[in-house]
Design a protein around this ligand. Sequence first.
Ligand SMILES: Cc1cc2nc3c(=O)[nH]c(=O)nc-3n(C[C@H](O)[C@H](O)[C@H](O)COP(=O)(O)OP(=O)(O)OC[C@H]3O[C@@H](n4cnc5c(N)ncnc54)[C@H](O)[C@@H]3O)c2cc1C
Ligand SMILES: NC(=O)c1ccc[n+]([C@@H]2O[C@H](COP(=O)([O-])OP(=O)(O)OC[C@H]3O[C@@H](n4cnc5c(N)ncnc54)[C@H](O)[C@@H]3O)[C@@H](O)[C@H]2O)c1
Length: 482
Amino acid sequence: MSNATSHAPTIECDLCIIGGGSAGLTAAAGAAQLGAKVVLIESGEMGGDCLNTGCVPSKSLIAAAHMAHGFTAGLKMGVGEGIAPRIDFQAVHDHIHGVIGQIAPHDSVERFESLGVQVLKERAKFTGPDELVAGPHTVKARRFVVATGSRAVVPPVPGLREMEPLTNETVFDITEQPEHLLIVGGGPIGLEMAQAFMRLGSKVTVVDVAEILPRDEPEAATLARKLLQDDGITLFENAKLVDPKRTASGIVASVEVNGDKHELAASQILVAAGRAANVNDIGLDAAGVDFSPKGINVDRRLRTSNRKIFAIGDVAGGPQFTHIAGYHAGIVIRNALFGLPAKVDYAALPWVTYLDPEIAHVGLVESEARKQHEDVQTLVEHFAENDRAQTEKRVEGFIKLVLTNRGKVVGATIVAPHAGELIGLWGLVISGKLSLSAVAGMIAPYPTMAEISKRAAGSYYKPKLFSPLTQNFVKLIQRWLP
Ligand SMILES: Cc1cc2nc3c(=O)[nH]c(=O)nc-3n(C[C@H](O)[C@H](O)[C@H](O)COP(=O)(O)OP(=O)(O)OC[C@H]3O[C@@H](n4cnc5c(N)ncnc54)[C@H](O)[C@@H]3O)c2cc1C
Ligand SMILES: NC(=O)c1ccc[n+]([C@@H]2O[C@H](COP(=O)([O-])OP(=O)(O)OC[C@H]3O[C@@H](n4cnc5c(N)ncnc54)[C@H](O)[C@@H]3O)[C@@H](O)[C@H]2O)c1
């Protein structure tokens, strides 16, 4: 990367994208293949958080943890008595980085250049409303897209920052198993890491200032809490981390809960307490783009206060997921290349927390639905009634559907192994405005966990279908039928 001030010829293009993470890469690939002249500027690793320090390494770690857990999970079925997994943490590390290496070519400079994108490995900064500098280059574009992402926040706990805690940027680089990992934050990152490290043999303590998983249905959070604690994770909620220190023998800290003080001794500390948008030092003021620490202010077309500049992905201050980054890219392409007024619609937004069992959700949770609709109804079915769940000994989860008083589905939660794969059906029901009868009437293969969706949909019609009125009607028809 060069620090030289601008001397190279000015580059002119249709679309200039800052940031080569999930959002920027999807926008660049789409725009270039549609024939636009695209410049993509990335100062770090191509692929951004998702590939290098987010989804891919975390799910690879979780996959290793799942294998380790299989040794004890099998005992319930008479498999594995006396066998314990031996964890080679250096090999787990190598597995994680091997997966990143497998996927990396898809996000590489070479691939994007082959699609016709001009990639600048520089740090970009706006110098005006339609111009930026990137190393020695000046770039002028018809439209810009800011896709600079987010980074881990270190909360303002005195002494915490000075300890240089692990974050998502460093935790996947460790090659030795932490003996006792203290995790600050019980959101998706904190809990996914808590369960994975615990299953790989570390002792784990999680401290959260509030309750875990606040965006999910409370029933899902309650179940997750119980299962994590049953697994052996120590969970402090509505708790305050006080006076963390690094000593010769490791980390010491106190946790205050309900006026009680608990002393902790851990070997490593990981911060997973939320994200800050990357809005500083990119010249947003010079570009006339309004922003706050939460992110760049955008309208539903993802336009900023400078109509030639869009913001997408984590930096746009909304939901922070890789699939949203990709969705945003599609909206911006329609706006910036075709001049279409495409707008974001989060009515069928899914998210999954990759615990075991997974917590998958789409649309509104019940409490949100009650704010937006009158007479909300819910349908709940438990996997204890599902034959496949019984054979797998995985009966702990459930499905919960949230409906309007007219039976329109506005939200769904599934807690089960692979619930992330099961929730897609309900995303389609919400986005396609399908009726419950479409799901109730489908033929679901037996025995599958997916049958629970048909059962939940069918339960909506049960009271009417099996009512005395229908029974009398059937009796009447039977008299007349030949
Ligand atoms: C541990 C973890 C696990 C996660 N798991 C999941 C998951 O399972 N599923 C899911 O959907 N989401 C998950 N996420 C969230 C997901 O990773 C993000 O929502 C997604 O990566 C955001 O993509 P982005 O392109 O907006 O930002 P980023 O991926 O952060 O990309 C931004 C890029 O911009 C570059 N950049 C910044 N400033 C400049 C500049 N001035 N000039 C040039 N380049 C610049 C950065 O170097 C970076 O590469 C996870 C996140 C973490 C941290
Ligand atoms: N499976 C997935 O899709 C997935 C996985 C990981 C991350 N992500 C994305 O990354 C984003 C960030 O995840 P995250 O878990 O870091 O953030 P988060 O905001 O979801 O959760 C942070 C947690 O930290 C707690 N917290 C804040 N300050 C604290 C303090 N001082 N002490 C103790 N606890 C504190 C909060 O109460 C909250 O529960 C998520 O919102 C999500 O969009 C997605």
